[in-house]
Write a protein that binds this ligand. Structure first.
Ligand code: UT7
Length: 385
């Protein structure tokens, strides 16, 4: 019997900070409105170099360092994201390449803000089934690239960042003890992010009903999502605690999806637990969608909020609609020095990039020697037709 233990964790936040006052210079809002309605003071905004894949890589590299797991020992990489740069190659495949994790399978998972909890559950099941030993689970988002910066009801909420954990299969009981996941597609219109395809035909010619629709930006019915969130947090937490055969008194910490302090206050009241049981960093990071739980987890560990043998619950909710929770027995002591440096320049990862480019070059050379046209030549040919 294998148990899936969290043995490493890491996160990455862009350096650029956008405060509520800064937000008020973009849309008609104020620090007072944002703070009192959401608890957010500031959020991080990625620069051009800080892509979803790059931030996911940084978080994963830090988590592997904490876990003392070499990238070559990784069997699987799952990236939960709603903001990939491409539908394919997946963000996870890009991370696999950046890490030089050449034995790993890799795929993205789409469950909006619940994505990390879904991915954690998939990873734990895979380990428990004996199909993988070391799995990297990442939540990574560049929400700033999909926001409608004229919609003050949504753009003030979100931020960018990435968080990751390393799950390891061990025969010692513990780790992910129980999970619960759910979805209600009838609420899909309450929170959505349409995909923006660059179709060569005007989109209206194919699907006239979408003519004039603001494609490719996030939209949300805030009040309805608020009601949904407070209900499913309570239900998911109660369900996962029961599944693990525990009671609320056994739970040391809840790391919720960081959307709004008011949602957590309401959920805490309904669960009859003190608000302090919930770890919150929404004031500093805003809502980073699938990245919010692993980022908050890392900060909670750094702040000394988790001790070996503590039971911690991750609970998420969001677009789909989706929701879910995992109950984890925390059984590792954090390393004395928390790894926070940039990994992009680490010789191990520089070498991974060199090897990747050499493989690409090798493929081009092979194509050239065998006379097959380059992608550019193929495009020129299509243009002529
Ligand atoms: O991760 C995804 C999950 N998402 C969530 O969990 C979000 C859940 N929902 C919420 O957190 C809240 O609904 C919001 C923070 C989005 C909005 O708070 P609210 O208390 O539900 O406000 P509201 O949408 O009902 O708007 C109240 C008023 C409106 O004005 P009127 O019509 O009463 O005159 C809005 O136009 O506040 C106005 N408003 C704003 N005013 C200043 C909306 N956004 C802003 C703003 N600044 N940014």
């Amino acid at each position: 019997m294998k148990y899936a233990h969290i043995v490493g964790w890491g996160h990455y936040l862009p350096e650029r900070i956008l405060t509520n006052d800064g937000m008020a210079s973009i849309v008609d809002t104020s620090n007072e409105w944002i703070y009192t309605r959401t608890g957010i003071k500031e959020r991080r905004i990625a620069n051009q170099q800080e892509t979803t894949a790059m931030m996911a890589f940084e978080a994963a590299a830090r988590a592997l360092a904490v876990a003392n797991v070499h990238p070559m020992q990784v069997d699987m990489i799952i990236v939960a994201t709603s903001t990939p740069a491409h539908m394919f190659p997946s963000t996870a495949s890009q991370v696999q390449d950046y890490l030089g994790a050449s034995r790993a399978s890799a795929f993205d998972l789409s469950a909006a803000c619940t994505g990390f909890v879904y991915a954690l559950s998939m990873a734990a099941n895979t380990i428990q089934a004996g199909a993988a030993q070391n799995v990297v689970v990442i939540g990574a988002e560049t929400m700033s690239r999909v926001l409608d910066w004229q919609d003050r009801g949504t753009c003030i909420l979100f931020g960018d960042g990435a968080g990751a954990v390393v799950l390891k299969g061990l025969s010692i009981p513990g780790g992910i003890l129980a999970s619960t996941l759910g979805s209600d597609g009838s609420g899909g219109d309450l929170l959505s992010l349409p995909v923006a395809y660059h179709s060569p035909l005007p989109f209206a010619a194919i699907e006239p009903s979408l003519n004039g629709h603001n494609r490719g930006t996030l939209s949300m019915n805030g009040r309805q999502v608020f009601r949904f969130a407070t209900r499913v947090i309570v239900d998911s937490v109660q369900e996962v605690v029961a599944k693990a055969g525990l009671t609320m008194a056994d739970v040391a910490l809840i790391v919720p999806h960081q959307a709004n302090v008011r949602i957590i206050e309401t959920a805490a009241k309904r669960l009859k637990v003190p608000e302090e049981v919930f770890y919150l960093n929404v004031d500093r990071a805003g809502n980073t969608s699938a990245a919010s739980i692993p980022i908050a987890l890392c900060e909670a560990v750094e702040a000394g909020r988790l001790k070996p043998d503590d039971n911690v619950i991750f609970v998420g909710f969001g677009g789909g609609l989706t929701w879910g929770a995992s109950l984890v027995k925390w059984d590792v002591t954090p390393p004395e020095v928390y790894i926070a440096e940039r990994n992009w320049r680490d010789p191990r990862y520089v070498w991974a990039r060199v090897k990747s480019r050499m493989r690409r070059f090798g493929r081009r050379l092979e194509g050239w020697l065998s006379g097959s046209p380059t992608p550019e030549a193929r495009l020129r040919k299509t243009d002529k037709r």
